[in-house]
Design a protein around this ligand. Structure first.
Ligand SMILES: [Zn+2]
Length: 215
C-alpha cells in the first residue's frame, strides 16, 4: 500500500466528545513548540506535498479500562502555531493487525496514531511518543549507528509493530530511545518514560546528525 503523508489509512471508530483534560497538555504543547521551531514538526508547502508532519502523544489513564489509551494531536494540525485543547483527541484503543483505531474527542486523531499506539502496546513503561521528521537524522542513520525499522514496514502496519518488537528493549527509569523509520521518509520516533528525556534525546540526536554532516 503506498503511503501518503497526512492521510488517515486506518478504519476509524470515532466518537465526538469534549476535549481531553487541559492538565494533560502543557508538556505536549511545550515540546511541540520546540520541535516546530526546529523544523522537525509542522507544515511546509515544500515538504511532503504540503501535508502536516510530526506529532506528539502521551499515555493517559482511562477509566473504562483501556490499557494503552493516549492523547494525541488531531489530524492536520501541524500548520497551527499553537494548539488548544480542542486540537487534541484521546485514542482509546488501536489494532495494527486489523488496521483499526478507536478514538474520542473534538477532532479526528493524527493519521499516525496507529504508529504511536503500537509503541504504547510494546512496553507499558512507554509514556511519551514523539514522531518527528528529520532529513538529517534519517540520512545519518548509519553514521550515528541508530536502530532503523525495515523499509517495508510502513506507518502503523503490523510489519512496523514487528520491527518495534525486534528493536525495542524494555525501558527502565527515565530511559528514552530513538529509532529511525526506514519505511517513512525522514521519519523518526523518540519515545520514553519522561517527556524531557525523550524530547532532549531527539534534540541531541539532531545535533549529532548536523555535526556528522558538517564534519
Ligand atoms: Zn510522519
Amino acid at each position: 500500500m503506498p503511503e501518503t503523508e497526512g492521510v488517515i489509512q486506518f478504519q476509524l471508530n470515532f466518537q465526538a466528545s469534549p476535549a481531553p483534560a487541559p492538565g494533560s497538555l502543557p508538556e505536549l504543547n511545550a515540546w511541540r513548540q520546540i520541535f516546530k521551531q526546529l523544523g522537525l514538526l509542522g507544515q511546509d508547502p515544500a515538504r511532503y506535498d504540503g501535508f502536516g508532519f510530526g506529532n506528539l502523544s502521551r499515555r493517559v489513564p482511562h477509566p473504562a479500562g483501556s490499557e494503552n489509551a493516549f492523547v494525541i494531536s488531531g489530524t492536520q494540525t501541524g500548520g497551527l502555531a499553537e494548539l488548544s485543547p480542542e486540537h487534541y483527541v484521546t485514542v482509546l484503543d488501536c489494532d495494527a493487525t486489523r488496521n483499526t483505531v478507536v478514538a474520542t474527542g473534538p477532532i479526528k486523531p493524527s493519521s499516525e496514531s496507529l504508529t504511536h499506539g503500537l509503541l504504547y502496546q510494546a512496553d507499558p513503561a512507554i509514556a511519551w511518543v514523539m514522531h518527528l521528521h528529520s532529513p538529517e537524522i534519517f540520512d545519518c542513520q548509519a553514521a550515528l549507528d541508530l536502530p532503523v525499522t525495515a523499509r517495508h514496514a510502513g506507518c502503523g502496519t503490523p510489519q512496523l509493530a514487528e520491527e518495534v518488537a525486534r528493536i525495542h528493549t524494555k525501558l527502565s527509569g527515565t530511559d528514552a530511545r530513538l529509532i529511525v523509520m526506514g519505511g517513512h521518509e525522514d521519519g523518526i520516533l523518540a519515545y520514553g518514560a519522561d517527556p524531557h528525556t525523550t524530547g532532549s534525546l531527539a534534540v541531541a540526536t539532531q545535533a549529532r546528525a548536523l555535526q556528522s554532516l558538517f564534519s
